[in-house]
Ligand binder design. Structure first.
Ligand SMILES: [Zn+2]
Length: 172
């Protein structure tokens, strides 16, 4: 039995996206394998686009990502809504046990969709992937801490979800 998720990403307010915090993540020497569990029954196209979109965060996460459910390093469950013990505006969470952040991520599709003005598959997929990348960052950093801006912000604004995390020049 896992402890309740101790970390949530919520949508309560927009963050000012002025500064980036670079995170020191050890480079992986092999791809990080990720499996999606589609409990929310997203359309196959949306699911495929979400996989493509999360792979685009390789630079921010300092890890190449491969989508496979064969012995995956990380499982991302796409759920319709947050669980009862979570805030209703939670967008995603990562499970913890003791001081460890587990490779078990949940994405809450309804609250994410509620922040978008479009039903386009690609827009939804990019938003799901952004939340997933945020939670993946917690796992890879083994830290629940947040930065003041960008992917590691505690709150993702509607604009950021719709248009993406600003990618700063010169960031490696
Ligand atoms: Zn977070």
């Amino acid at each position: 039995m896992l402890a309740p998720s101790a970390h949530h990403l919520s949508a309560r307010r927009a963050a000012m996206l002025l500064f980036a915090v670079s995170c020191a993540v050890a480079a992986q020497d092999r791809p990080l394998t990720v499996c999606f569990r589609n409990a929310a029954q997203l359309r196959p196209l949306t699911l495929a686009l979400t996989g493509d979109a999360i792979r685009s965060y390789a630079r921010e996460l300092n890890a190449d990502i491969q989508i496979t459910c064969v012995d995956p390093d990380v499982t991302i469950s796409l759920l319709a809504a947050p669980r009862d013990h979570q805030p209703p505006d939670a967008l995603g969470a990562v499970r913890t046990r003791g001081g460890a952040i587990l490779p078990e991520i949940e994405i809450y599709c309804q609250p994410i969709r509620a922040m978008l003005d479009t039903r386009l598959d690609l827009s939804e997929a990019r938003a799901y992937a952004m939340v997933a990348a945020h939670e993946l960052s917690h796992y890879l950093r083994q830290s629940g801490r947040h930065g003041s801006a960008g992917l590691d912000s505690e709150y993702l604004s509607k604009g950021t979800l719709a248009y993406g995390v600003p990618r700063l020049r010169g960031r490696k």
